[in-house]
Design a protein around this ligand. Structure first.
Ligand code: SF4
Length: 379
């Protein structure tokens, strides 16, 4: 096994950009390698963001492209679009992420042990992409729980309870140890056919233990990993063990603004008018400009704010074959003036319905902020 590599993927989104800045500032001792999987179909703002981060870090971000596309000297997306005979990717046939993000990443990593840092925020409830490769371990520095789900399942498993208590006894004693032991010794009641419920049960136990001390839990988890094949087993220490900070959306925007890297232009809300009333729209995620995960209002935004890109997206559609970015509606239908008005009206109503919630009065909070996607594209 080679030396452990520490990798951070920049997706072009705000969270991974903020994570690069955060780790660079807070943990300069981490020898990080940065990479960006280029689909060749990002908005110009994404490429600008990558450049700004490079300047801030004083380091190059490795640009990863799929080997087949490099060989054929074609744009990555266009190469696979042809290979799939015009069959557009979708949430159920997501060849784009597999071919242009996951495979180039796994090829870049090879068989070396890798710790991969993922910018999922403390206010998000998603796990994101976890590589199936044994040599890749994911860490989530913005969350209270920095460990991936697979690690937590093992650490908190019923068969590991005694071992966990032993590990805790190296750091705690007396009443502190007693109160953690009480939680650790509690048996998890899991149901074979109810993974969602099991997740909740494990999550509740984890949170109770974290309430007793995040750094101690991180220490014992790190010690537990010593006897495993996880990449961190090879490290003598890990700077993030003491990190108890939790970063949420407003911290991400603040980090980007204060660093001078800046928030990509497409996150900035732009005013629109419908029925004499005003609303705002923006793009909620990074990734390909034609991404099928985007909402109807984001397509309208693309049409009005980036008409050339919208036209390009239209050119990939083949209505006769039923190859469209949205299941029941082509882009040509979306930009019918009546339909645009309807989409804006629906969106405005959604904004109004959310306006009573003071924490959700920004468009960014109302759109689903990429949760339908994955960490390979939208972090
Ligand atoms: S951004 Fe969307 S279209 Fe692009 S690779 Fe990711 S999922 Fe596919």
């Amino acid at each position: 096994m080679g030396k452990v590599k520490h990798l951070l993927g920049i997706s072009g989104g705000k969270d991974s950009a903020a994570l690069a800045i955060y780790l660079n500032d807070k943990h300069p001792e981490l020898d990080l390698t940065y990479y960006f999987c280029d689909t060749g179909k990002e908005l110009d703002e994404t490429y600008q963001l990558i450049e700004n981060i490079e300047i801030y870090l004083g380091k190059k971000i490795a640009k990863l492209e799929p080997a087949d596309a490099v060989k054929s000297d074609e744009n990555p997306f266009d190469h696979y679009y042809k290979a799939y005979r015009g069959y557009l990717p979708s949430s159920v046939a997501r060849w784009c992420t597999k071919k242009m993000k996951l495979e180039p990443f796994e090829r870049f990593v090879g068989d070396d042990p890798v710790v991969s840092y993922v910018g999922i925020r403390g206010d998000e409830d998603r796990e994101g992409y976890i590589s199936k490769k044994q040599n890749i371990q994911s860490i989530f520095p913005f969350r209270r729980n920095i460990w991936s789900e697979d690690v937590i399942r093992k650490v908190l498993s019923n068969t590991n309870r005694e071992h966990l208590m032993d590990l805790y006894s190296s750091y705690l004693s007396g009443s502190e140890l007693d109160s953690v032991s009480e939680l650790v010794s509690e048996k998890l009641i899991l149901e074979l056919k109810n993974p969602l419920q099991n997740k909740k049960v494990i999550h509740n136990k984890l949170n109770s233990i974290l309430d007793k001390g995040i750094a101690q839990f991180n220490r014992v988890t790190f010690d537990y990993l010593k006897d495993t094949e996880y990449p961190l087993a090879q490290e003598s220490d890990f700077p993030l063990l003491e990190n108890e900070e939790v970063l949420v959306k407003k911290d991400i925007f603040r980090t980007l603004e204060e660093s001078g890297v800046g928030v990509p232009e497409y996150y900035h809300e732009v005013e629109y008018e419908v029925d004499g009333e005003k609303g705002t729209y923006a793009r909620s995620r990074s990734g390909c400009f034609f991404c099928f995960f985007q909402q109807k209002i984001e397509w309208v935004w693309l049409h009005e704010q980036h008409p050339k890109r919208f036209k390009e997206a239209m050119e990939y559609e083949n209505e006769k074959e039923g190859f469209t970015w949205n299941q029941n509606e082509s882009l040509k239908e979306i930009i019918d003036p009546k339909r645009v008005e309807q989409i804006k009206r629906d969106h405005l109503n959604k904004l109004k319905a959310n306006s009573n919630n003071k924490d959700s009065n920004k468009l960014m909070d109302i759109l689903d902020d990429g949760d339908a996607g994955c960490t390979a594209c939208f972090v």
